[in-house]
Write a protein that binds this ligand. Structure first.
Ligand code: HEM
Ligand code: HEM
Length: 185
């Protein structure tokens, strides 16, 4: 393997450029998404809330696509990724798995509700759902019961994830943050 390939791919010493690009691009988009959703929850009548809310479905749909691409890349790199050993490592793997589960679930039920609403949906102008058919009650009910709830649970988990990075870096003084920030050694 030449050094360019090694740089793209993950290594036991750190995440490669593709995994890091996915991680930080999605972290940025989630920050945008949650900032807008929090504004919407607090006071949806403000101009700034309306601005962010106008991007919610598009960014949500984009995050839905990105999580599958990132997951596929992660699976293809599984054997080369930094190892998570011991009890703390197993907890980290479980935490990451839970993040993925929610990153898939949360936009899935929103898209299901969108489909069930029989209204057209064209994220970034792409005609994804034509709309116009019958309203499908169970889809809208499932989405309404679980979408924002799962999103706030995801945000809580993300807060714990970020807190753990700080614990690794400042209390345990280990290499964890570097693996996702600077990447392969
Ligand atoms: C991973 C991506 C997403 C995240 C993190 C997310 C997050 C959230 C959050 C936190 C809320 C609650 C806001 C409030 O209480 O005012 C919310 C509501 C909402 N979201 Fe999303 N969302 C995502 C994707 C989507 C997608 C793809 C759609 C539509 C296609 C969508 C449509 C809505 C709608 C219509 C609401 C208002 C109704 C409700 O509270 O369930 N979201 N979202
Ligand atoms: C400032 C924000 C963030 C920081 C500092 C951060 C830091 C890190 C670090 C250092 C790792 C490597 C941990 C390890 O290998 O044990 C990591 C991995 C990971 N992070 Fe984050 N993260 C942030 C935001 C997020 C967000 C918003 C999400 C998801 C919504 C997320 C999901 C993940 C996942 C799933 C992994 C496992 C590796 C992968 O599949 O990409 N992170 N993060």
């Amino acid at each position: 393997m030449n050094s360019t390939t090694a740089h793209f791919r993950d290594q036991p010493s750190g995440y490669g450029s593709v995994s890091r690009a996915f991680h930080w691009l999605m972290a940025l988009l989630f920050a945008w998404q949650f900032f807008g959703a929090a504004l919407h929850a607090i006071n949806r009548d403000l101009a700034i809330s309306a601005f962010f809310w106008g991007t919610h479905r598009n960014i949500g749909a984009l995050l839905f696509v990105l999580v599958f691409l990132r997951g596929a890349w992660g699976l293809a790199n599984m054997s080369r990724r930094p190892r998570h050993e011991g009890l703390v490592g197993q907890m980290a793997s479980l935490g990451h798995l839970a993040l993925y589960a929610l990153m898939v679930f949360c936009p899935s039920v929103a898209l299901l509700r969108q489909y069930g609403s029989a209204r057209p949906f064209e994220p970034f102008g792409l005609p994804l759902m034509a709309g116009g058919g019958e309203r499908i009650e169970w889809m809208t009910a499932l989405g309404s019961a679980t979408h924002s709830l799962s999103a706030w649970v995801l945000l809580t988990l993300v807060a714990g994830h970020i807190a753990m990075v700080f614990v690794h870096h400042f209390a345990w003084k280990d290499d964890t943050a570097r693996m996702m920030v600077r990447g392969v050694r």
